[in-house]
Design a binder for this molecule. Structure first.
Ligand code: OXD
Ligand code: MN
Length: 553
């Protein structure tokens, strides 16, 4: 380690932790840790490896420092975020632009110089008296063309615990390969009151595109604090643009067709619009529910789940519709519940199919029905964006190839939105450009509770990836169009809409109908069924749907 970094770390990084950092012999990493220590002023630095002992240490820390509390079921814990911190905060999430760079009017940007001064100002001394965790991770499967190294630095054991469940370990990858040009995330929950970030007006999530680095401060909500989730997606979109692949807000699933055939689909729907419930359809297998990288490998479109777990919305999860998830949420094993209601050590959430208790503990502390907040509004028992965090491997329906270093071949791409009156329930595009432009790029969807702000407003939502886009929109669309150029077989492109309503407001399709749409798409990929040429795409024949409804439902 260079003497200047060793000097900066003296007294805070010692013994085993020092040896662990030195063993990686990575000057860029040393510089990152030294800068974070000088800026945030922690009492001590812990360098985490991939070992089970370190995972256990983090779980204990999250409980000991009060960020999580154990629940009655062994392995289950609950975490609460502050009242104004329970969704992605788009307003304060900005790209820091170096002079002369323009990402277009749709992206939230500011000058790099001003942004760095502001966010680094909020981080100054933020970890005084606390432990700083340095955790290396890998996005995508390890030892794979998809692998991307990352380092999360944070003072939150909850953040690292969540990332242990959601991502692959990265210390060994740094040892082996030096980490390559890794992404860096620096987070502090900031000043805490009752274990939640106490200064929401100083919440900032700033993305330094020049340095592949993200700063996040005065927030705990996973979507704002976990670097590896949507913050890494932003950096990955830029890296993919430079290198000729795609980083998408997509689930990946294996659809099981006739004669034991498995066809893989990747699907982009906005947050809270059915990605997880589609990937979890009974009889099919899940590769991932949120973020995928797509690459052309030997002329074939292949994709991999960037993650290894689910940070899922818990509202409406119930045994009748989601038996596999419910089993994990009610059995011993590692689960973090966030922003649910707790009574007698049991978690409760909206739409769980049971009446909620009239008192308990929630994000506001001890809660009872009718409890009023400082502004005089009634505090709901549970936030709509309450979540569960689990390891994908705890699910009974995980796809056999979920960790395949080569990813899985992509048979079809699906775009879907929350759209009450325009798109049909399912259709196929005429070809790749038609699908990319009219189904992906033209996607509109109603806003949901997954982000702060008003829900139910129909908005342009390009490829369900607009929230995370970090390059100009036109460039991103061109990259998607051009992706097919490197392929021998081009995936089919489909569009679905689960949210059509009649004039009286009633849903026009049922919750389970998507099980039929997906089987129809699987048949189309192999030309097993014909379709009608409609004005906006190929539509299913009634007879094929009737047969599938009988068989599937
Ligand atoms: C998510 C989101 O958490 O998109 O996946 O908000
Ligand atoms: Mn998402």
């Amino acid at each position: 380690m260079k003497p200047k970094y060793a000097r900066a770390l003296r007294g805070r990084l010692e013994g085993r932790d020092k040896t662990r950092l030195e063993a990686l012999a990575n000057e860029r990493l040393d510089a990152f840790v030294a800068d974070a220590v000088q800026l945030c002023g922690p009492a001590v630095v812990r360098i985490l490896t991939d070992s089970e002992a370190d995972r256990r240490y983090i779980r204990r820390q999250a409980i000991e420092n009060g960020e999580e509390a154990p629940l009655a079921t062994p392995g289950h814990t609950v975490h609460f975020d502050g009242y104004q911190d329970q969704g992605r905060d788009k307003e304060v999430t900005r790209y820091l632009l170096p002079k002369g760079v323009n990402l277009g009017a749709n992206l939230n940007t500011m000058s790099r110089e001003r942004g760095l001064a502001e966010v680094r100002g909020f981080l100054e001394g933020a970890m005084r008296g606390r432990v700083m965790y340095v955790a290396p991770f890998c996005l995508g499967p390890t030892n794979s063309p998809f692998s991307l190294s990352c380092v999360q630095i944070t003072d939150s054991a909850y953040v690292v615990h969540s990332e242990h469940l959601l991502y692959r370990p990265g210390y060994a990858q740094f040892e082996r390969a030096g980490g390559g040009d890794f992404f860096r995330f620096l987070h502090s929950a900031g000043r805490l009151e009752d274990h939640v970030s106490a200064e929401p007006d100083k919440k900032r999530i700033y993305i330094d595109i020049d340095e592949d680095m993200v700063y996040s401060v005065n927030t705990q909500y996973g979507g704002n604090s976990m670097g590896l989730k949507k913050l890494a997606l932003r950096l990955a979109i830029r890296k993919a643009d430079r290198e000729g692949w795609l980083a998408e807000h997509m689930f990946v699933m294996g659809v099981h067709g006739p004669r034991r055939r498995v066809t893989y689909f990747a699907g982009a729907f906005p947050s809270a619009c059915g990605k997880t419930s589609t990937a979890m359809l009974p009889g099919e297998t899940i590769v991932g529910d949120d973020i995928a990288y797509l690459r052309a490998i030997d002329g074939q479109a292949r994709c991999a789940n960037v993650e290894a777990g689910i940070f899922g919305i818990i509202q409406d999860v119930k045994a009748a519709d989601d038996p596999v998830i419910c089993k994990v949420l009610t059995s011993p094993g590692e689960v973090i519940f966030s922003n649910v209601l707790v009574k007698d050590g049991r978690p409760y959430w909206l739409g769980m199919g049971r009446e909620l208790p009239t008192e308990g503990v929630n994000f506001s502390g001890p809660w009872h029905i009718g409890k009023i907040d400082k502004q005089g509004s009634e505090i709901p028992p549970v936030h709509k964006n309450a979540r569960y965090t689990i390891d994908l491997r705890s699910l009974g329906n995980v796809d056999a190839r979920f960790d395949d270093p080569q990813g899985v071949p992509v048979g079809g791409i699906i775009y879907g939105g929350r759209d009450s009156d325009t798109w049909v329930p399912v259709q196929e595009s005429f070809d790749w450009p038609h699908g990319i432009l009219t189904m992906g790029a033209a996607l509109e969807s109603e806003t949901t509770f997954a982000t702060l702000g008003q829900a139910g407003v129909r908005a342009f939502c390009l490829m369900s990836n607009l929230d995370f886009l970090a390059i100009p929109i036109g460039k991103y669309i061109s990259n998607n169009l051009n992706f097919a150029g490197g392929l021998k077989t081009v995936p089919r492109v489909f569009a679905v809409n689960y949210f059509q309503r009649a004039r009286d407001g009633k849903w026009l399709t049922g919750m389970r109908d998507k099980a039929v749409w997906i089987k129809w798409m699987e048949r189309r990929v192999h030309d097993d069924v014909e379709a009608i040429r409609g004005p906006t795409g190929w539509l299913p024949l009634l007879g094929d749907l009737e047969a599938l409804f009988r068989k599937v439902l």
